[in-house]
Design a protein around this ligand. Structure first.
Ligand SMILES: C[S@@+](CC[C@H](N)C(=O)[O-])C[C@H]1O[C@@H](n2cnc3c(N)ncnc32)[C@H](O)[C@@H]1O
Length: 262
């Protein structure tokens, strides 16, 4: 199997097939509840706070926060398909959730306007130029008010390396099978994902590369972006059972505060 990743893979892969292949993690309400429970435990959140769900996908965390009475949620993601999906879900529930399609490196959102920025569900490390994640965190800091909090939830690279699995597959219902072949190259994990449907044939054959973080490197990322009072929580797994859930089993949660401007 060839393993060459298109550097722009992240611009096209987050579509209806992603909602199938990653459904075990991103379409499971219990898992989202556990993740939002943790966010609410770690950050000083109030119902009226303005919260930016950056790289928020189809909005599962924002929707759950709205369901819990948080009225100031904004979802931002690059994927038009996922943003449209989220907009429909919010409208169905009558939630006052803003949805923006933009690149997280340059959101167009006003400075100093959010109390909290969340980057959930392993959404960093997709753009392989080393400066890209620094730009995303700089943007998160810009849109946060002084004393506002950033929370980043990424896969624990140390755990991924320790239990490295070069091949994995799982079935979705009786029709579809997802096969993944992986290769580690330093801190980058390349994966070729082939998705086959009995009815439709080959529905995906795509290779992606994701930069992995460990506790030290994620700490440095937040520190270099100017966040303070950084705390890293390792060993968070929202899944009830052990298994190969791609990057979603062993996660690290890093929280940091934007300092007061002089
Ligand atoms: C694995 S999904 C997680 C989505 C969501 N946070 C969740 O937990 O369900 C990663 C998301 O990050 C988004 N993303 C990645 N890089 C981005 C960028 N530079 N700007 C905006 N969105 C981005 C993708 O479109 C995708 O929806």
């Amino acid at each position: 199997m060839s393993m060459k990743a298109d550097p722009d893979w992240w611009q096209s892969m987050f579509d209806e097939v992603y909602l199938l292949t990653d459904a075990r993690s991103v379409c499971d309400e219990e898992i989202t509840h556990r993740e939002v429970d943790l966010v609410c435990e770690l950050l000083p959140m109030s119902a009226g706070h303005k919260i930016l769900d950056l790289c928020g996908g189809h909005g599962r965390h924002s929707l759950e926060l709205c369901a819990r009475g948080f009225t100031g949620c904004t979802l931002l993601d690059y994927s038009e398909f996922l943003i449209d999906h989220a907009r429909r879900s919010a409208a169905e529930c009558n939630y006052p959730m803003a949805c923006i399609r933009a690149d997280a490196r340059s959101t167009g959102v006003s400075s100093d306007s959010f109390d909290h920025v969340l980057i959930m569900g392993n959404s960093l490390g997709y753009i392989l130029e080393p400066k890209a994640d620094r730009e995303i965190l700089a943007e998160a800091k810009r849109v946060l008010r002084s004393d506002g909090w950033l929370l980043v939830d990424v896969t624990d690279g140390t755990a991924v390396k320790d239990s490295f699995n070069p091949t994995a597959w799982h079935e979705i219902g009786t029709d579809t099978v997802v096969c993944r072949q992986r290769r580690l190259e330093g801190d980058t994990l390349y994966a070729r994902e082939v998705v086959l449907s009995k009815e439709k044939g080959l529905i995906r054959d795509c290779t992606y590369g994701i930069r992995l973080y460990d506790a030290q490197t994620v700490n440095a990322l937040l520190e270099d972006a100017g966040f303070r009072r950084i705390k890293i929580h390792t060993d968070f797994s929202p899944h009830r059972y052990e298994g190969d859930y791609g990057f979603m089993n062993h996660r690290m949660i890093a929280a940091g505060q934007k300092p007061q401007m002089p």
